[in-house]
Design a protein around this ligand. Structure first.
Ligand code: ATP
Length: 538
């Protein structure tokens, strides 16, 4: 695949993504979406909402589903009652291990620091780096040579003992050269670091007013379960969906938007009867995988990874990740796009009864030192009564939890291609093209008059206005038409419509397809329906 820098530079050049607060040097882990990026991400979220929620056919049994089901939505606040996070487990357990460097004062995630044992001048040192894996060899060599004070001509004095290892495999840090340090043994022992951002609500100072920015959207759904059941007449099985911002104080945000500190999630909590929950789990796992395929992620780079039993949380009887082979990862490695988890009744019970014991028996409430429940639940009845059978039960939950930013990044990576296309004189020119699915493309079409005279702009502007009522389209009359095509190829615009001399005679225009480069003549009156057909069939 292509080097990631090419996509990063295209995103900047064409206004897909910018570093947040760039004019002040940027803020690590925060990204802004530019004029094209905001449209792309919105289209990803809209496609998800349409396909999963608003466009869901509640009267038919979908392929693989045990029965019909309903879908509804919510939009909850980012800051919630702090007790939510205590009962959900995030307050105690949502942490990563970090190591600090005493020399540089930098902080790293323990499991993300990689290095190799290097030997020279009778000394053995574990040389670490935090660079992208394709630059790792070069950077490790540079750092080791510098540490041992070796010149290039003395490179044969340096030898490596084994391949790369993660810092978590190293017990003694005294011989470790930290990623940015030039002395040995400057890394501290790993310590827990809660990933939730803390803030203070209202005028209360101190812990009384402390609250957290949500690290996931899911909990807003669980705590509103009863409200939705009581107000909307939904019947189990049904799902509640939410799209919104989440915040995690990631220790080492990296790989462009893949690991950010502020990001958007698209989550569904699907409530069902315990007896059919395994079938629903399999249904959602397969349905979510197919969604990415339908929007253009190819089978080869997209995988479904079922977790081994020892990876599962105690409450889960099945979890699978949908993963994509992002170009910034080493060959053969995949990054998570979405997790689909069977969560049993863990969440609803935690919010009813209090924080459940994570490690041993999930049915026992975790007790504090005084023997009372450590975190009391809401005490509200979050069970469900089936009106037909009169059975009362705590629903089981299947949770497909996706990241809007990671999905957007994966669609961009998959779309990026370099090839050749003929210019206006028929000569082949190299081009960068984003082969985005037309449903996702920020602009559906661009309209060009071939030249800026002879009445062509007027005709082109009329077509633009007719299309603009339905789609985001772009009008461009500047420069050679070949250059205009290439600009739209880079922006991922699937169709270019050109008004030429013939258009004025026979009231037709050409429609050029971004991917096949095929050009067909279409009557001006049919342009809107033609574009509509093409976009909806994609
Ligand atoms: P990871 O292991 O990569 O940190 P996770 O397993 O903690 O991810 P979940 O808690 O399951 O992630 O969150 C659901 C989805 O939210 C992920 O699949 C991902 O798409 C998205 N997501 C999670 N953390 C981030 C982040 N820091 N930046 C961007 N997206 C994220």
């Amino acid at each position: 695949m292509f080097p990631m820098e090419k996509l990063v530079s295209l995103c900047k050049r064409r206004g897909y993504m910018f570093q947040s607060s760039e004019i002040y040097g940027g803020l690590n882990g925060f990204w802004d979406y530019g004029p094209l990026g905001v449209e792309l991400k919105r289209n990803v979220k809209d496609a998800w909402w349409h396909d999963m929620v608003s466009g869901h056919d509640e009267l038919s049994v979908l392929q693989g589903a045990p029965s019909e089901y309903e879908m509804t939505g919510l939009d909850c606040t980012i800051i919630m009652h702090p007790q939510v996070w205590k009962c959900s487990g995030h307050y105690d357990l949502f942490h990563d291990y970090m190591v600090d460097c005493r020399q540089t004062r930098k902080r790293y995630r323990h499991d993300q620091v990689r290095g190799r044992w290097a030997e020279a001048k009778g000394q053995k040192v574990f040389v670490t780096t935090m660079v992208e894996t394709d630059q790792e060899d070069e950077e490790s060599l540079r750092r080791a040579m510098k540490f041992f004070k070796l010149r290039n001509k003395d490179a044969d004095q340096l030898s490596w003992d084994g391949g790369y290892r993660v810092l978590t495999e190293i017990d003694d840090f005294s011989q470790v050269l930290g990623p940015d340090a030039n002395e040995l043994g400057t890394l501290t022992e790993p310590r827990e670091f809660n990933l939730m951002f803390k803030t203070y609500v209202g005028a209360l100072s101190g812990e009384e007013g402390a609250a957290f920015l949500r690290p996931e959207t899911a909990q807003g759904i669980f705590v509103n379960f009863k409200n939705v059941v009581d107000s909307s007449r939904v019947k189990i099985p049904f799902g509640i969906a939410q799209v919104g911002k989440s915040f995690r104080n990631e220790i080492t945000p990296r790989n462009f938007t893949f690991r950010s500190r502020e990001f958007e999630q698209m989550e569904i909590e699907f409530f069902c009867h315990p007896n059919s929950s395994q079938q629903w789990y399999r249904f959602w796992r397969d349905r979510r995988l197919q969604w990415y395929k339908d929007l253009g992620l190819s089978g080869e780079r997209l995988i479904l990874r079922e977790h081994h039993t020892d990876e599962l949380s105690h409450y889960s009887t099945g979890t699978a990740d949908i993963e994509y082979a992002f170009p910034f990862l080493p060959e053969g490695e995949f990054g998570e796009l979405e997790g689909i988890a069977h969560r049993g009744d863990f969440d609803l019970r935690s919010h009813m009864e209090g924080k459940l014991d994570e490690k041993s028996n999930p049915l026992t409430v975790q007790l504090g030192e005084d023997g009372k429940p450590k975190y009391r639940g809401s005490g509200k009845d979050l069970t469900y009564r089936d009106e037909l059978t009169n059975e009362r039960f705590t629903p089981h939950v299947v949770e497909p939890s996706a990241g809007a930013d990671r999905a957007t990044l994966a669609f961009l990576c998959e779309a990026y291609h370099e090839d050749e296309a003929p210019d206006e004189n028929g000569k082949l020119q190299s081009r960068v093209v984003l082969r985005l699915n037309p449903r996702l493309a920020p602009l559906k079409a661009a309209i060009f008059p071939l030249v800026k005279k002879d009445g062509m702009p007027e005709v082109a502007k009329d077509i633009y206005r007719a299309l603009k009522k339905k789609f985001n389209v772009f009008y461009d009359e500047k420069g050679a038409v070949g250059r205009r095509y290439r600009r739209q190829d880079e922006a991922g615009t699937p169709y270019c419509i050109t008004v030429d001399g013939e258009s004025l005679q026979d009231k037709t225009v050409t429609i050029r397809d971004r991917d096949s480069l095929e050009q067909v003549r279409v009557r001006i009156d049919d342009v809107v329906s033609e574009i509509e057909n093409r976009v909806s069939c994609s």
